[in-house]
Design a protein around this ligand. Structure first.
Ligand SMILES: NC(=O)c1ccc[n+]([C@@H]2O[C@H](COP(=O)([O-])OP(=O)(O)OC[C@H]3O[C@@H](n4cnc5c(N)ncnc54)[C@H](OP(=O)(O)O)[C@@H]3O)[C@@H](O)[C@H]2O)c1
Length: 264
């Protein structure tokens, strides 16, 4: 796909995967709307993108707040009329067992990772449907396919994102608008800087770079597929889990529980 002059909105663009996606889309001549809560960080990203001589709009917005998303979308649609690609990437996790996390901590992950995506879809989808084109890219995780100890509520938010996307994909058939989920394994970003991960190993030797995931997002922006799992070999593990759940779930559960127990 030729992204030149395409209008692309990325949530969570102030760091990690979102920031790298902004860089990769800008290299291709796309116009970018950068959304996140930390305005200073977004402005640094916008500065970094100046060398690509494209239009950049910085929007400070907490996606978990539906009024802020509505206000942000009004500003964006006034300036650009519609967007071509919506990348719902803002997200975070709090590490901890269900017993140790508070209800507020569990809710906050759902509010950003799931409802934040819904608020953006609800505000931008009508204009995409009206012009009969556009694509939504939802950044989930392999945690959308595996419920794991220590991140149960994070997994739930990503399972929800995948289920919603699958349902919406059926609804969008014939409208000209597409939706694709990108599900990476661990990625080397600030994601694990949350204090709850303090005692956990940050990255494994197999962790991906944010550039690898950004490239998957670019591929997803023009893909007929529901889900792109990165790296693609992990698709085999997801198939294996769904086909032989009684075999794979106890092994995975034990392995992840051993990691968390050893860090107590
Ligand atoms: N890193 C991994 O191992 C990994 C693996 C699979 C999937 N993912 C997913 O990839 C996405 C990006 O994560 P990352 O790894 O790039 O982590 P990151 O570097 O921590 O970036 C997270 C981004 O989300 C933004 N954000 C968080 N809460 C927000 C809110 N309420 N409103 C608006 N923006 C918000 C942050 O910006 P502000 O703080 O400025 O708001 C930041 O730009 C997440 O959805 C994550 O679940 C990550």
């Amino acid at each position: 796909m030729d992204f030149k002059n395409k209008v692309i909105l990325i949530t969570g663009a102030s760091s990690g995967i979102g920031k790298q996606s902004a860089i990769e889309f800008a290299k291709k001549g796309a116009k970018l709307i950068l959304v996140a809560r930390r305005k200073d960080k977004l402005e640094l990203v916008a500065k970094e993108l100046e060398k690509f001589h494209t239009t950049i709009l910085v929007c400070q917005c907490d996606v978990s707040d539906k009024d802020q998303v509505k206000e942000m979308s009004k500003t964006v649609l006034e300036k650009f009329n519609s967007i071509d690609i919506l990348v719902n990437n803002a997200g975070f996790a709090i590490y901890g067992t269900v017993s140790s996390l508070s209800i507020d901590e569990i809710e906050s992950q759902m509010n950003t990772n799931y409802f934040g995506m819904i608020y953006c879809v609800k505000n931008f989808l009508p204009s995409m449907i009206e012009k009969k084109s556009g694509h939504i890219v939802n950044v989930a995780s392999v945690a959308a396919s595996f419920g794991l100890p220590g991140i149960a509520s994070y997994c739930a938010s990503k399972f929800a994102m995948l289920g919603f996307s699958e349902g919406l994909k059926h609804e969008l058939k014939g409208t000209g608008v597409g939706i694709t989920v990108v599900s990476p394994i661990m990625v080397r970003t600030d994601f694990f800087d949350h204090p709850s991960f303090e005692k956990m190993p940050k990255f494994s030797p197999t962790s991906l770079s944010s550039k690898t995931v950004a490239n998957a997002i670019i591929k997803a922006a023009n893909s007929p597929r529901l889900e792109i799992i990165t790296p693609s070999i992990v698709r085999g593990a997801v198939w294996f889990k769904h086909t032989f759940p009684y075999l794979i779930n106890p092994i995975l559960g034990k392995a992840f529980k051993n990691i968390s127990d050893s860090k107590k």
